[in-house]
Design a protein around this ligand. Structure first.
Ligand SMILES: [Zn+2]
Length: 134
C-alpha cells in the first residue's frame, strides 16, 4: 500500500489511524481539511478514530513533513499533503472553501519585486480572501 510506504519513509510506524488519515487526505476532493473535517469524514466512513487521535496524528504528520498546516484567517488550521507542489490559495470568507491556484505571472512578479529590493526569493505564501460574486 502506498500509504504504508509513505509512513515508513517519514520514519513513522504504520498504524491503522495513521493509514486511514493519510488515505483521507489523499482522496480526491479532500484537500485542505481541518482536524474536525478529517474526524467527521472518518466517522461517516465508519472508522472509529477519536478527535484527539486525529489531532495527534496530524501534528505527527506535520513534524515528519508529510503534511503542511495552513493557518488561514478566521478559520481552523487546515492540512494538506506536502507533495502537492507549489501553489497559492484563495479562501472564501463566507464558506471557508479553499481554492488553489498557480499563476506564472504572479510568481515572476514576486521574484522581480524581491530582486528590486536587493534580495532573492526564498519562499512565499500568498492567500487571497475572496467572496463569491453575487
Ligand atoms: Zn493547497
Amino acid at each position: 500500500m502506498v500509504e504504508n510506504n509513505e509512513l515508513r519513509k517519514a520514519g513513522l510506524k504504520v498504524t491503522l489511524p495513521r493509514v486511514k488519515i493519510l488515505q483521507m487526505l489523499d482522496s480526491a476532493g479532500h484537500r485542505h481539511m481541518s482536524a474536525e473535517d478529517v474526524y467527521k469524514a472518518l466517522m461517516e466512513a465508519g472508522e472509529d478514530v477519536g478527535l484527539a487521535t486525529v489531532y495527534r496524528v496530524l501534528t505527527q504528520f506535520e513534524a515528519a513533513g508529510l503534511v503542511v498546516r495552513h493557518n488561514f484567517d478566521g478559520g481552523h488550521a487546515v492540512f494538506e499533503l506536502a507533495d502537492s507542489g507549489h501553489h497559492d490559495h484563495m479562501v472564501c470568507v463566507d464558506s471557508g472553501e479553499v481554492i488553489e491556484f498557480y499563476d506564472p505571472d504572479i510568481e515572476k512578479l514576486q521574484r522581480e519585486i524581491v530582486k528590486r529590493h536587493g534580495f532573492e526569493l526564498v519562499d512565499h505564501n500568498l492567500v487571497l480572501y475572496v467572496r463569491k460574486k453575487s
